[in-house]
Ligand binder design. Structure first.
Ligand code: E4P
Length: 224
């Protein structure tokens, strides 16, 4: 399982990249706009924080295949490193995917809501597909089930495309994707903490501290 951060917030990325086993960052136009700053300043700083090795998935905003390709090339050339053009699925983006793959550029096909869309994206050459779990759950669909079907489909046809599940509102959805064999998830900063928090863990740690202090006070192992 690879964990990516789904945000364009610089402070959150800096913090999570320092503490958690993060494989990269994904953004979309909504997340960039939320930061309300200069596009290049934001994405260059993200690359600077995570370094060249980790994945950076930046969503394009152009509407025709040729322009999507131009935009993706510009971002790749400007930022360098491990880059994926994140493109919402449509006919133009399928065409763009084939063109980008010929140029050796990674592609993440996003805004995926059905296994049929995912299969088409994979056949066009996408490296990742991003199904939106919580948005599916919000429409009384089963987002995790869709992820499960996509994972199964890729296995059945031996396709070299990974599932990057996206759109989460809680740790349970992320956990169920992991159980379904999902390759990677991109999650909002607040969900990282939920994935490791448990009241019994806190109680256990408090107990260890209390018992130690009762006998050794403020001494640490290094003081012996
Ligand atoms: C990532 O690829 C998507 O842009 C993002 O996860 C959507 O999440 P949301 O449904 O919380 O907006």
């Amino acid at each position: 399982m690879k964990y990516l951060i789904d945000t364009a917030n610089i402070e959150a990325i800096r913090y999570l990249n320092e503490y958690y086993p993060v494989a990269g960052v994904t953004t979309n136009p909504t997340l960039i706009a939320k930061e309300n700053g200069d596009f290049w300043e934001i994405v260059k700083e993200i690359r600077n924080i995570i370094g060249p090795e980790k994945m950076l998935h930046i969503q394009t905003v152009q509407k025709t295949a040729e322009k999507i390709v131009d935009e993706a090339l510009l971002v790749k050339q400007t930022l360098g490193g491990n880059f994926y053009a994140k493109i919402p699925i449509c006919e133009e983006s399928l065409k763009a995917t084939k063109m980008l793959k010929e140029l050796g550029i990674g592609v993440t096909m996003t805004a995926i809501f059905t296994p049929a869309q995912a299969l088409m994206a994979a056949k066009a050459g996408a490296d990742f597909v991003a199904p939106y779990v919580n948005r599916l759950d919000n429409t009384i669909s089963d987002g995790v089930k869709v992820v499960e079907y996509i994972v199964e489909q890729f296995k059945n046809y031996n396709l070299d495309c990974q599932v990057l599940a996206a759109s989460f509102t809680n740790a349970e959805q992320v956990h169920k994707c992991a159980v379904a064999g999902c390759h990677s998830v991109t999650i909002a900063p607040k969900i990282f903490e939920s994935l490791i928090a448990h009241p019994m863990t806190e109680a256990a740690i408090e107990g260890f501290e209390r018992d130690w202090e009762a006998v050794y006070g403020n001494k640490t192992i290094m003081d012996f």
